[in-house]
Design a protein around this ligand. Structure first.
Ligand code: AMP
Length: 476
């Protein structure tokens, strides 16, 4: 799949209203959200009159130098960090998307995926709209521009009623910040506050995909943007509009399993707590006769702590991660087996030698990583490797903003658990049950979850899953 075919993005969004250094806080906010997307990043700011944008390929800290941030100086800002597969059109699809429309200048940054974007796009193109990107987000911008409503908040509400799927989005106009979530609340979006800064009439209001962004800039988490809600922050203060009635909640459970940072509150719940409970539940459901519990770092760490705590088997960091793995590296001409994984992870032989190991990871997607890691642990001398996974088998792609591959590439869609065990070369393999995962993440407490990637049951109309493959949809 190439970038032009790609319609599933993983993203982080950030917005800030009324801060004398909005551009710098947006930069810091995006830095904290870097794990949500490492391909490109962008910031759009307002000085009260006009919008200023910069976006580029790469990591937040590399893109936004002092020189780049200086001309972005403003009091309002939105930002976006994005991951999709590499390709030459990727910068074109970087966000925020900035436009000059009949409703004035505006920019939008979006996390999630719209499931009816192609439909709307075809209709708008037939009416003469010219799209600049392959991004589903651009559909929202066109709908706003075409809306018969006169004010931006009304036009935005009108547009959001017409799109289906997952969206947590932030928008900026010269004097306002907007933040909205889809009526099912697929993706997170939190709101926070910093007391009014010198020279500012209002408290600083911030929005971010995850609360870890608030910690870095000294903002206090106030609440989540509610499903179906459009929050407008402007000279009149903070106003809340429900553009659509909330529907049955389908918050993405994978945010708790893997995607969000453990130091974040997501859907009003500590991610670390969920992960520890996932590990504890896994230990109850799938005990193992073993000497040590070893996480696949970093994604398996919190669940492994839970597993160790519940089982009483000692937790040991048996794999060490190199955090400085860049995008480009030089491979020796004589190919080294499992080179990619070895660049990132190295086993501690003195810990693993002769041991029966419970290896914990958050998920198996294609199965290739687990296969290499199991082999690595064995080659470091482990006697047995018992793989435990802190979620059920991933059997269906996500259409709501997580980059899971198509069914043909999902190992659990094509092999039984026993066949997967054999493929990855483990002595035993057990996944957490669906009920166990939901319980560990507090399903039914603050939210109910979308578990479509584990069940194939999608909360919106996805007519034929395999038909809606990226290439089929976007190539024309
Ligand atoms: P594999 O089974 O080789 O496809 O890789 C599975 C590993 O990828 C797991 O350790 C997860 O932590 C990680 N992973 C799972 N889903 C994603 C995703 N959507 N984006 C990036 N990494 C992921």
């Amino acid at each position: 799949m190439t970038a032009t075919d790609k319609f599933r993005d993983e993203c982080g969004v950030f917005a800030i209203f009324a801060h004398p250094e909005a551009e710098k806080l947006a930069y810091l906010g995006l830095h904290a959200l870097q794990h949500r997307g490492q391909e490109s990043a962008g910031i759009v700011t307002s000085d009260g009159m006009s919008l200023h944008a910069h976006k580029a390929m790469g990591l937040v800290a590399d893109i936004f130098t002092e020189e780049v941030l200086a001309p972005l100086h403003g009091t309002l800002a939105i930002g976006h960090t994005r991951y999709s597969t590499a390709g030459d059109s990727a910068l074109l699809n970087a966000q925020p998307i900035l436009v000059q429309s009949n409703k004035g200048m505006m920019a939008v940054a979006h996390n999630g995926n719209l499931v009816n974007a192609q439909d709307i796009r075809h209709r708008l193109e037939a009416m003469g709209s010219i799209f600049q990107t392959n991004s589903d987000t651009e559909v929202i911008v066109h709908l706003i521009a075409l809306s018969r409503e006169h004010t931006l908040p009304e036009a935005m509400a009108d547009s959001l009623r017409r799109v289906e799927g997952a969206f947590s989005l932030v928008m900026i106009s010269p004097d306002r910040i907007f933040a909205a979530r889809d009526p099912r609340g697929f993706r997170p979006l939190a709101m926070g506050r910093i007391p009014a800064q010198p020279g500012m009439k209002h408290d600083t209001i911030v929005f971010a995909s995850e609360t870890c962004a608030f910690d870095l800039i000294g903002a206090t988490y106030e609440r989540d943007v509610k499903p179906g809600e459009l929050v407008v922050v402007g000279p009149e203060g903070v106003t809340s509009h429900f553009y659509a009635p909330a529907q049955e909640q389908s918050s993405c459970i994978f945010e708790h399993v893997y995607f969000s940072r453990p130091d974040s509150f997501v859907f009003g719940r500590s991610v670390d707590k969920s992960r520890e409970m996932l590990g504890r539940q896994l230990a109850r459901e799938a005990p193992a006769e073993a000497d040590i519990v070893v996480p696949v770092p970093d994604s398996g760490v919190s669940a492994a702590m839970g597993y160790a705590g519940e089982s009483g088997i000692p937790f040991r960091f048996g794999l060490i991660r190199n955090h400085y793995v860049g995008r480009t590296f030089i491979e020796p001409s004589q190919s080294v087996r499992d080179f990619g994984v070895k660049l990132k992870l190295n086993p501690i032989r003195s810990l693993l030698e002769g041991k029966r190991v419970v290896l914990i990871d958050d998920s198996i997607v294609r199965g290739t990583t687990s296969r290499k890691i199991v082999r690595m642990i064995r080659s470091a001398g482990a006697k047995e490797v018992h793989m435990r996974v802190s979620c059920p088998p991933t059997i269906s792609p996500c259409y709501y903003g997580v980059d899971t591959p198509s069914k043909s590439q999902l190992i659990a869609a094509n092999k039984s658990v026993e066949e997967i065990r054999e493929y990855i070369g483990a002595d035993s393999l057990v996944y957490l049950s669906l009920e166990g995962m939901k319980k560990a993440c507090g399903d039914g407490e603050k939210t109910t979850y979308c578990t479509a990637c584990y069940t194939g049951k999608y909360p919106t109309d996805i007519v034929d899953v395999e038909e809606i493959q990226p290439a089929a949809v976007i190539k024309r």
